[in-house]
Every structure is written in structure tokens, then in C-alpha cells.
Design a binder for this molecule. Structure first.
Ligand SMILES: *[C@@H]1O[C@H](CO)[C@@H](O)[C@H](O)[C@H]1NC(C)=O
Ligand SMILES: *[C@@H]1O[C@H](CO)[C@@H](O)[C@H](O)[C@H]1NC(C)=O
Ligand SMILES: *[C@@H]1O[C@H](CO)[C@@H](O)[C@H](O)[C@H]1NC(C)=O
Length: 493
């Protein structure tokens, strides 16, 4: 081993210290990561619901409350269904659409490794897309959110008891929201690829709607912050602009249709985007570059996608000279802001997808200074992050509820922390939940599979309901994790 290799080896080992050699049960974690989505369901629950302590909720969404669209009052529309984003009872369509896109991408890339869980992953995708078909059913409008978030966040109530206003917010031609609309188009387009194999009629319906919604997003450009900022911010403000969602939507429609129109759109407007080296519900640039790189194996139009993607991975790998992210002493990847594990799961997903691409293209990434990243190294990185989440960390703590010996007991989640309807039939009103919020006891309902925001940068975790930055689960932490766990369930490396 030469000096340079030694150095690389050493840095690699340091980056993964804190990892025990314990083998994780990725199959069990996969099953649980999907089950979590049943706990986030809004609407009328089906007979097949496995997470039994959750019941029907928000059955009047779209029918009851006033709509805010700034144009004309919309007719009443069925908006029942979809997912609560995290530990509250609001349906935020922007992150919900990203979640659905990532669930669909998980199935597209790694569905073949899911075994009996594939069926449940498909259900999880469809719980999103059935709702998005409703949210986009009125031409010229796209519903962006249901539930008055300030009133909701002021209460600690079960979704089944919820009595705060279920206001529905829409964007329109006059008051556009290209980020929320284009992300919904991406979700519908990606899901149409998933469903093609199982239900062609449904797949066609999703694709037709995706095209229309993308067209609406592109033709009437603007951010939903402008008119709906009072309600979407600070929760899911569009901080990074809507251009990335337009290119992302076009990239998914290109993948779904192979039509030159969408390719030309993505190819032309990729140059408008900043390379933040980010991938999450707000910022899509790294995901776009990885998604498109896969389609460009050995093609001459790979610029700028493949070089951008290479740079992204070099900005994350700890041994790379251009690394620009932080790591905890235990090896967990860190980005500023809340719910840190969303970055660890979304980035790990991209690492695995790109590893597959590099392998097929028979190449490695040159990060400079002699640091060469092989597909194996990318997979090892992803596995290190996932193992950390599952318990290979200095606290020996799993950050997935119901997985491992030691996991979070007091997650910031209304439904999980209040007694279930089966245990307590009576209505618990807005402030009636406070004593449960303040209680030092563990949550009565296990939201199995929920992955919380995670530890702080020193690998500590307080397990406190009030500490939502660390103790709240979100759908977009789990959605990419589903794909990553499926891969490791069936592949040792
Ligand atoms: C990209 O930038 C060009 C030039 O400023 C502009 O004409 C075009 O509309 C932009 N497209 C998107 C999708 O942002
Ligand atoms: C791409 O090119 C490389 C190197 O020439 C080759 O090994 C690989 O098989 C090609 N991949 C595809 C999918 O054509
Ligand atoms: C974690 O597990 C390892 C190996 O079993 C043990 O040596 C260590 O003391 C444990 N740490 C904590 C904080 O429990």
C-alpha cells in the first residue's frame, strides 16, 4: 500500500469509526420503513391498514372549509387522503409530492429487491398519487396544502379529533406555484413508470395528468411563496426557487416518455440552476444530475450532468479534497438545518443509484489529489450512513422506531404521543393534549418504522418530544430510505 492509498484507507476508516461490525437486519428495517407510511395516512383508511391504532381522519377535506386561491372561490372538491408530513396534521403538498417521487424512485431502482414488501411500497406510492390526482383535478389550479398550519401547530391533537380549520390553498394561473406544481408533476410522472408494470390504465392516467400539471407549472411561472407565503412559510417555504423543480419535473417526464421535448427542456435549463450540491424536498440539483446521468451512459450529451454529479459526490465523500459537508465524530453526515437524517437518507440513495451507473459505465470518479471514488466506495458510504441510523453509532441507538434494542421513545408526533381511539374514545381537544406532550412517559403508540430527525453533530440524542428538530419523523426522511434498505437487504455490498 503506497502512502497515498494508506492515507485514503486511513481517512476512510476514520470516517466510519463508531460503526460496530454488527450486521443489521435490513429486511426487517425495510418492512418497518414502509409500514411507517400507514401511520401518516390521512383520510379513509382501507381494510388492509396494518397500523391499527390509526383511524380515519380529515374526511371532510376539500368539502368543508373555505378555499384560498385568490381568484374565484373554487367549487367544493374531494381532497380526502394523502399524508401528514411529519408530527402534525397538515397536508403540505410540496414535501408530500417529493416524498411520493422518492418512494416511486425507490421502487423503480430497487423494487426488484423488495420481495413481499413491494406490494406495500406500491400502496405507499398510490396513497400519494390518488391524492395528487384529486389535488390537480380542476384545470388551471393545483392544490398546494390542506389545513391551517398556524392553528394546527398551536394544538396537540390526534388527527382523528382534529377540529382546526381545514382550509385548502390553491395556486392558479394568476397566482402560480411552479415548485409545488412541478414537484407534483414529477411525482405523477415517476409513479407512472412504477405502475406501468402493474396497472397500465392507472399508469396512463398518472402520465396524462403529469404532462398537464407540468405544462401548467411551466406556462404560469412563479413561487407559491408570493401569495401563500403566510401559510406555507416558515414550514415549507420555497427557499431555493422553483427552477429546479421545473427541470426535475421535465427530467422525470423525459424518463417516463423519452420524448425530445422534455429532454430539450432539461438540457437547456439545467444551465439556469445553481449547483448547490443539495438534494431534498426544496432543492433538487444533485438529484437531477444523478437521474439524468443514468440516462446518458456513454452519450455525448452528458455535459453538464455527469461532471456536476461527479462534483457532488466529491463534495460529500470525507476523503475528497473538495469535501464541503461535516461529519459527527461517529461518522454521521451533517448539513445545517433541521431533521438532519433527511440528508443522510436522500444522499445515501443518490450514492447507491450513482454507484450502479458508474458500474454500468465502467468508470470511477476522480476527486483530485489522487482520490478516486469507485462504485464500491459509494456503496460503502451509503451503508455506513444507514448502519449509523440503525444503531451502529456511539450511543448504540437506532433512530428507527421499533427497530433494535434502543430507539426513540418520545417522538414529536401527535398521533403517536396521544392515546389511541381504541384506548380513549373521548374527544381530546386542542389544548387537551398538552399533558401528554409534557409527560415524561414514552409515547403510547409505536409509530413503527418512523425515522426521527436524529442526533446532534456530537452524536447525542435527548429523546424529548419538545425537541422537534431531533425527535420528529418526516415522510421525506423515510422515502429514500425505503430504496436504500431494499438494496442492502439483497446485496452484501
Ligand atoms: C432560463 O433562463 C433563460 C434566460 O434567462 C430564460 O429565458 C428561461 O425562461 C429560463 N428557464 C427556466 C425554466 O428557468
Ligand atoms: C459504456 O462504455 C464502457 C467503456 O467503453 C463500456 O464498458 C460499457 O459497457 C458501456 N455501457 C453501456 C451501457 O453501453
Ligand atoms: C455500545 O456497544 C459497544 C459494543 O457492545 C459497547 O462497548 C459500548 O459501551 C456501548 N456504548 C453505549 C453508550 O452503550
Amino acid at each position: 500500500m503506497g502512502f497515498r492509498q494508506m492515507l485514503i484507507f486511513f481517512v476512510t476508516v476514520v470516517a466510519v469509526t463508531g460503526r460496530s461490525t454488527a450486521e443489521h437486519n435490513y429486511g426487517e428495517a425495510l418492512t418497518k420503513s414502509i409500514l411507517f407510511f400507514e401511520g401518516q395516512r390521512s383520510g379513509k383508511l382501507p381494510a388492509t391498514q396494518r397500523m391499527k391504532w390509526r383511524k380515519d381522519s380529515a374526511l371532510g377535506d376539500g368539502f368543508q372549509a373555505k378555499h384560498i386561491s385568490f381568484v374565484t372561490p373554487l367549487q367544493k372538491v374531494d381532497l380526502v387522503g394523502g399524508y401528514y408530513d411529519a408530527g402534525d396534521n397538515v397536508k403540505f403538498n410540496f414535501p408530500m409530492a417529493f416524498t411520493t417521487t422518492m418512494l416511486a424512485w425507490s421502487v423503480i431502482e430497487f423494487g426488484k429487491f423488495m420481495g413481499p414488501d413491494l406490494k406495500y411500497a406500491l400502496d405507499a406510492v398510490r396513497w400519494g398519487t390518488d391524492y395528487f390526482l384529486k389535488a390537480t383535478s380542476i384545470p388551471g389550479h393545483v392544490f398546494a396544502q390542506v389545513g391551517e398550519p398556524h392553528r394546527d401547530h398551536n394544538c396537540w391533537e390526534r388527527p382523528e379529533d382534529m377540529d382546526t380549520p381545514r382550509t385548502a390553498y390553491a395556486v392558479s394561473k394568476q397566482f402560480p406555484g411552479s415548485e409545488v406544481s412541478a414537484e407534483i408533476a414529477a411525482a405523477l410522472g415517476a409513479s407512472s413508470i412504477v405502475y406501468r408494470k402493474y396497472h397500465l390504465g392507472y399508469a396512463r392516467k398518472l402520465l396524462n395528468r403529469a404532462r398537464k400539471v407540468f405544462d401548467f407549472a411551466d406556462r404560469y411561472r412563479g413561487s407559491y411563496n408570493d401569495k401563500l407565503g403566510k401559510w406555507v412559510c416558515p414550514f415549507y417555504c420555497d427557499y431555493s426557487g422553483y427552477k429546479d423543480e421545473l427541470v426535475w419535473g421535465a427530467a422525470w417526464l423525459f424518463r417516463a416518455t423519452k420524448e425530445p421535448y422534455y429532454w430539450n427542456y432539461a438540457d437547456k435549463y439545467i444551465h439556469n440552476l445553481s449547483n448547490f450540491g443539495e438534494f431534498g424536498w426544496d432543492t433538487k440539483d444533485a438529484g437531477i444530475n444523478v437521474l439524468i446521468s443514468k440516462l446518458l451512459i456513454n452519450s455525448t450529451s452528458s455535459k453538464p450532468f455527469i461532471p456536476n454529479a461527479d462534483n457532488f459526490f466529491c463534495s460529500v465523500l470525507p476523503e475528497s479534497p473538495s469535501v464541503s459537508v461535516s461529519y459527527s465524530p461517529g461518522g454521521l453526515f451533517f448539513k445545517p438545518g433541521g431533521s438532519n437524517l433527511q440528508h443522510a437518507t436522500a444522499f445515501s440513495f443518490l450514492f447507491l443509484v450513482y454507484a450502479g451507473f458508474l458500474k454500468n459505465a465502467n468508470r470511477k470518479i476522480d476527486c483530485g489529489n489522487g482520490v478516486i471514488a469507485s462504485p464500491e466506495r459509494l456503496k460503502e458510504f451509503a451503508r455506513g450512513q444507514i448502519d449509523y441510523i440503525l444503531g451502529s453509532n456511539p450511543l448504540n441507538m437506532s433512530y428507527m422506531v421499533g427497530y433494535g434494542q434502543k430507539f426513540p421513545q418520545r417522538i414529536h408526533h401527535r398521533a403517536s404521543s396521544l392515546p389511541s381511539i381504541d384506548q380513549h374514545l373521548g374527544h381530546i381537544d386542542c389544548k387537551g393534549g398538552s399533558s401528554y406532550f409534557d409527560s415524561p412517559n414514552p409515547n403510547p403508540n409505536l409509530l413503527i418504522g418512523a425515522v426521527v430527525g436524529g442526533p446532534d453533530i456530537k452524536d447525542s440524542y435527548t429523546d424529548s418530544r419538545a425537541d422537534f428538530v431531533h425527535s420528529e419523523p418526516t415522510t421525506y426522511i423515510n422515502a429514500p430510505l425505503v430504496g436504500v434498505l431494499a438494496y442492502f437487504k439483497s446485496n452484501k455490498s
